[in-house]
Ligand binder design. Structure first.
Ligand code: GDD
Ligand code: MN
Length: 362
């Protein structure tokens, strides 16, 4: 039974040969078939040449992805699509992940786990080399943020084994950034078995973990939370966007009056920037798992939904204060109730008609 090793690479030319040689030695000792697929993001640093050269004598291939922006996870998915074997190992190119532990991961996978995860934080795992306090803290916080999604100790790890046959359809995955392992375990609902690893300092080259990647990680987390907890996360997100929109609304309302516009006209005008703001934020946050519709018609539908929400809001206020005794005494409660009811209507309409689901294919 062979194994396809998929390695995301970006500017790792110097590390490719030692990586391939250490995998070769390990797999020869284990007597197993293997291949190494370099999932490259158009490094242009000589990686392709090194890979082609190695490919003459070893089962090494490079797949170059030319779609921008670069994305580690998407590269890995490409690599998985190309793999010859069903058993897959994903690992970094910079030799942080010891190839010598591949057989251990595969053995753990065979004991009916969905994923065998190379773990720095499982008992027996370790990190060699001096990590700055910042890097340690960063890693801890990131791990802590995944707690509601998975209970494993090192969900940030990029070193793991999976069997392709137990993966969900690759087209249904929606990772962004570095955490393809987290994506697979959460969306694929995989049972994770952790194998303690020795995580080395990278050999040569430089880390690609930038603040951009950290932002991508937050976006990725948001997607996974929406996937796992659906409605409540969406409702919270919609509510938070609504609150921020209220600030925009108020800002324009006051600003326009300051510029000499009368208060009624200011009230009417400030609605539009606020609606636009909310539409846009809901598109990139609340409904980021929905396909991107054409902007203008979607904006118009959202404006209608918000208008209906506003009418329900004010309407509820009128009904409550006129006909429901406790509220006629406490009008401020009626105002809040109106906001909640109006927002709920807007949320329901938006979910159903504005940010529409992907159409089922086939
Ligand atoms: N295809 C592709 N595209 N590969 C990339 C990209 C990219 O945009 N960015 C980085 N890589 C490759 C690197 O060449 C390396 O092989 C691997 O992905 C990890 O990148 P590093 O730059 O070494 O990042 P790191 O050491 O901070 O991240 C590692 O540790 C994390 C846990 O602390 C990775 O193992 C992560 O997967 C892991 O989560
Ligand atoms: Mn690294």
């Amino acid at each position: 039974m062979g194994v396809s090793v998929v390695t995301p690479t970006y500017r790792e030319a110097d590390n490719i040969r030692p990586l391939a040689e250490r995998i070769l030695a390990t797999m020869e000792a284990a007597g197993a078939d293997w291949e190494l697929i370099l999932a490259d993001d158009d490094s242009r640093d000589g990686s392709e040449e090194v890979a082609l050269e190695l490919g003459r004598s070893l089962p090494v291939r490079i797949h170059v992805r030319r779609t921008r922006p670069r994305d580690l996870s998407q590269s890995v998915l490409d690599g998985i699509r190309l793999a010859r074997f069903d058993r897959l190992v994903v690992m970094d190119a910079d030799l942080s992940h010891p190839p010598e532990q591949i057989p251990e991961l595969l053995a753990a996978l065979d004991g009916n786990a969905g994923m065998a995860l190379g773990s720095r934080y499982a008992p027996g795992g370790r990190i060699d080399g001096a990590w700055s306090r910042y890097r340690t803290l960063n890693s801890r916080i990131a791990t802590w943020l995944t707690r509601p999604l998975t209970r494993c100790a090192d969900p940030m790890s990029g070193f793991f084994a999976v069997d392709r046959r137990s993966l969900p359809a690759l087209d249904e995955l929606a990772p962004v950034g570095f955490k393809i392992g987290l994506e697979l375990m959460v969306r694929g609902g995989l049972r994770v078995r952790e194998v303690p690893i020795r995580f080395d300092e990278r050999h040569g080259g430089s880390s690609k973990l930038t603040w951009r990647q950290q932002l991508a990680f937050l976006r990725h987390l948001h997607r996974l939370y929406t996937f796992r907890f659906g409605l409540p996360v969406r409702a919270l997100s919609f509510g938070a966007v609504g609150l921020s929109g209220l600030l925009v609304d108020t800002g324009f309302y006051l600003g326009l009056q300051w510029a000499g516009v009368g208060h009624l006209l200011a009230r009417f005008l400030s609605f539009w920037p606020a609606v636009t703001w909310n539409w846009r934020l809901n598109r990139v946050l609340t409904f980021n798992d929905r396909p991107a519709d054409r902007p203008v018609p979607q904006w118009a539908k959202f404006a209608v939904a918000s208008g209906v929400g506003l009418l329900t809001n004010v309407g509820s206020y009128a009904v409550l204060t006129s006909f429901v005794a406790p509220f006629s005494e406490r009008r401020l409660f009626a105002l809040f109730a109106g906001v909640v009811i109006g927002s709920a209507v807007n949320f329901a309409t938006s979910t159903r008609y504005v940010y529409r689901r992907r159409r089922k294919v086939g």
